[in-house]
Design a protein around this ligand. Structure first.
Ligand SMILES: Cc1ncc(COP(=O)(O)O)c(C=O)c1O
Length: 405
């Protein structure tokens, strides 16, 4: 330790993850001081009473003794086989077991895949707004996140012309988050086809974060990126945190597809990364086969009368009835990402805005800039809470806006 104390490493200088950032710390302090804070900031299903199916819990308990030792660094055979079979049912017939890597949440796999790929200043195209772990992980790996625009007036679809304009000789990869967090957009097949074509032409790795692919409303259809990308490497991410309500199990996987031959050196790097962390947690992997097989209760939750569907519909109606607020209706996932008309609500610093709302009304949201949006006029609302708690949020939000603007 030098005179000035221990300092965090420079590689963290550009890393920002506001979902669990400074406002959350204030919220924790308020809670410790005895205030009841209503949290609508993290997509954590269990905290809102979404229990995983009982069968999954029982199967994990039954297998717990078998989970004591280290396992294969790429993952448990039965879990990987179940992922392979699920992909087959999704029409992705050419998945092989060796293409599948299990991880401690998609979060860990995002870090491993970016660390294994990027050299200093390599660029990665990341959507704006994005799930900010992607931007943070690219920076941590020494790369440079370059944000491409998703267009609110076009239902938050990715701008293909912006992507094309931002591809440079340094671009190594493109991130596609579909269905999207925070916008709830489900991307049109023709847009995904164009992204695939651009990636193939410029030899970019496609990172497809599809963790919400089973959380779709009404007639929304999800197109897996792996069905479109053939002439370059595609890495698809999914896991148990959302559709199976098992975020605490930290159980997820990635699947390689497309032109694996030309990516053999990168794949060797990935193998090194997963070996270095020995193996993914074993109890979590014992949940995978039982989760992916058999009856899929998520299907009921997203249908009319299902909790996820009813809550997001209700939240959307309540929110958009507030003066000066508009919102693209989500087609998937578990969030609303509304816009506050900047003329009616001239917000200079959206983190300050969220902090004031927390201090005055004891409700916690996340500011739009926390998702790498450039403007200060959006917030993200998690729609996992029951209607009575959503009422608390919207009543207080309305009161806060009336009092302060
Ligand atoms: C788009 C997206 N990807 C990844 C994650 C993290 O998933 P996991 O719990 O598997 O680490 C989240 C969590 O909110 C997410 O929204």
């Amino acid at each position: 330790m030098n005179q000035n104390g221990f300092k965090k490493a420079h590689k963290l200088d550009d890393v920002c993850y506001d979902i669990r950032g400074p406002v959350l710390q204030v919220s924790d302090q308020l809670e410790r001081a005895g205030h009841k804070i209503h949290r609508f900031n993290i997509g954590n299903p269990a905290h809102f009473g979404f229990d995983a199916p009982e069968e999954i819990i029982l199967d994990v308990v039954r297998n717990l003794r078998n989970a004591q030792g280290y396992g294969d660094s790429k993952g448990l055979f039965s879990a990987r086989k179940a992922v392979m079979q699920t992909r087959q049912l999704d029409g992705l017939l050419d998945t092989e077991i060796d293409d599948i890597y299990m991880g401690n949440g998609v979060s860990e796999l995002i870090n491993l895949t970016t660390l294994a790929l990027l050299n200093k200043d390599d660029e990665v195209l990341v959507p704006s707004p994005d799930y900010p772990l992607w931007t943070a992980a690219v920076s941590l790996a020494g790369g440079k996140p370059i944000h491409y625009n998703c267009i609110e007036d076009d239902e938050w679809q990715p701008s293909i012309s912006d992507i094309e304009a931002k591809i440079s000789s340094k671009t190594k990869a493109i991130v596609v988050i579909n269905p999207n967090n925070p916008t709830g957009a489900v991307y049109a097949k023709q847009n995904l086809e164009q992204i695939a074509k651009l990636a193939e032409k410029h030899k970019l790795v496609v990172f497809a974060d599809e963790i919400y692919d089973r959380i779709l409303y009404k007639d929304a259809v999800h197109t897996p990126m792996a069905s479109l990308v053939k002439e370059t490497l595609c890495v698809s991410f999914n896991g148990l945190s959302k559709s199976y309500r098992l975020a605490g199990f930290r159980s997820a996987w990635l699947v390689l597809s497309g032109d694996k031959a030309s990516a053999s050196d990168y794949i060797e790097g990935l193998d090194m990364m997963v070996s270095m962390r020995l193996c993914a947690n074993m109890p979590g992997q014992y949940a995978v086969q039982t989760s992916l097989g058999g009856y899929q209760s998520i299907k009921d939750l997203v249908l009319p009368n299902g909790r996820l569907y009813e809550q997001i519909e209700y939240a959307y109606e309540r929110l958009t009835s507030i003066e000066g607020i508009t919102c693209v209706k989500p087609k998937g996932a578990i969030y609303l990402f509304p816009k506050l008309d900047p003329e009616r609500y001239p917000i200079k610093d959206d983190q300050e805005f969220i902090l004031e709302f927390l201090k005055q009304q004891n409700c916690l949201l996340v500011q739009g800039t926390g998702f790498n949006l450039k403007t200060n006029d959006h917030v993200r609302i998690v729609t996992l809470a029951r209607k009575d708690r959503l009422d608390i949020l919207f009543n207080r939000f309305e009161e806060f806006l009336q009092k302060n603007y």
